[in-house]
Design a protein around this ligand. Structure first.
Ligand code: NAP
Ligand code: ZN
Length: 371
């Protein structure tokens, strides 16, 4: 057994129902002024915003809310958030939301303390000043962004691209699954598929190690039984099941923190940009093909992760085939564009076989090609 691992995830995770309400001391430690970064309405709907503002008031911390973060956040919006933070004199940032506001909050912390970095400059300019300290509070059970040093943003040319490193980790994660109870069913399915994709892609990634594989196995053991239930479109997860899904998304995030993603994520970005598919579903449509490649590249690992799901290979493919469907048609010219674009995609190189841009283009043609 290769038991080698090397693990760094510097955020302190404080978990439990009601954890935000009892976190005034943490907020007090971080400063006197806080910028809250969030999306349009979900932070309010799920109760997280009220809990944060109550805890900030109890700590005597002044706050300002920047709620302009959209899905697939733009670098320009995050840069505006950084400017808002500077003008307000924020000492720290609290990000509340799904992966979009959490990723945006990571970037806002960088922009706020580095006014030489503007919009897409976040991908190229040196971060000179330490980013503002960040507290993250997740409200979806999917991305695991809380525990990764990755921020996925949308460039000025409309392309999604990640930026990562030690400057992009939170200082604290306040993990309370009750905030996910208000997530609508379609988003629950898509985000659960995202977490499943993180677990399996990082499991087979060239950068995986002993520990990250343990997190992947733990994640799929909790997610797959829930995917089986979600296959029935009328099924509603219980609160306990939602708790389990939320923590599974964090385990998958911890695996992702080490292994990173493979070709489904690289290819999925294009389907979000061009066809508006939600992130999880956009990546998951390529997961069945990815698992077939993984079986060829690492049969032993494949057997281990299938065993961890608690279902047979057949049952797993049945549920994935039922859930990972998208009603889109992609013209051949677009697929040719993808073939060129993907020839430099790092996610292919991280994958377990030599599946490359040509294979990716054929897969898209088979799944969605115009006949
Ligand atoms: P999201 O884009 O953050 O949110 C999707 C929708 O769900 C929004 O309409 C949002 O509303 C709503 N929503 C969020 N929480 C809710 C709640 N508790 N109740 C009701 N509605 C709620 O979705 P996501 O799938 O979590 O994040 C996707 C993003 O994360 C993508 O940009 C993806 O690339 C990125 N990602 C990052 C990582 C990483 O490691 N950093 C990993 C995977 C994915 P509001 O607009 O009102 O907030
Ligand atoms: Zn993802």
């Amino acid at each position: 057994m290769n038991t080698h691992f090397n693990f760094c995830m510097p955020a302190e995770i404080l978990s439990g129902k009601g954890i935000v309400k009892t976190s005034s001391e943490i907020f007090k430690l971080l400063g006197k002024k806080c910028l809250i970064v969030t999306g349009k309405s979900s932070a309010e709907k799920c109760g997280a915003l009220a809990d944060v503002t109550a805890a900030l008031k109890a700590a005597g911390v002044e706050y300002s809310v920047f709620n302009k973060i959209t899905e697939n956040p733009l670098t320009a919006t995050c840069c505006d958030g950084g400017r808002a933070g500077r003008e307000f004199g924020a000492d720290f940032v609290v990000g509340i939301g799904g992966g979009s506001p959490l990723d945006a909050a990571k970037a806002v912390c960088v922009y706020a303390s580095n006014d030489h970095i503007v919009n897409d400059g976040i991908y190229t300019e040196k971060i000179i000043n330490i980013p503002l300290p960040l507290v993250l509070i997740g409200t979806t059970a999917g991305t695991g962004s809380e525990v990764t040093g990755v921020s996925v943003l949308t460039r000025e040319n409309g392309r999604k691209q990640s930026v990562s490193g030690k400057n992009f980790y939170a200082k604290y994660v306040l993990a309370d699954p009750t905030y996910t109870y208000s997530v609508p069913t379609a988003t629950t399915v898509s985000t659960a598929l995202d977490a499943f994709a993180h677990a399996v892609e990082s499991y087979f990634s060239k950068k995986h190690d002993f520990l990250s594989r343990k997190f992947s196995c733990l994640a799929v053991s909790e997610i797959v039984p829930l995917l089986l239930k979600l296959k029935d479109s009328d099924f509603k997860l219980s609160e306990e099941e939602r708790d389990s899904l939320y923590f599974a998304s964090l385990y998958a995030g911890l695996a992702l923190n080490k292994g990173g993603t493979c070709f489904p994520h690289g290819m999925g970005y294009a389907l979000t940009e061009d066809y508006g598919l939600p992130h999880g579903l956009a990546c998951a449509v390529f997961i069945p093909a990815f698992l077939k490649e993984a079986k060829k590249g690492d049969g032993k690992g494949y057997a281990e992760i299938i065993k961890a799901t608690g279902v047979s290979e057949n049952e797993l493919f049945k549920v994935l085939d039922a859930l990972c469907k998208a009603d889109i048609t992609i013209p051949i010219e677009k697929i040719e564009e993808y073939r060129v674009r993907w020839s430099t995609l790092k996610n292919f190189k991280n994958s377990p076989t030599d599946f490359g841009a040509d294979d990716g283009a054929s897969l898209v043609y088979n799944l969605f090609g115009e006949v």
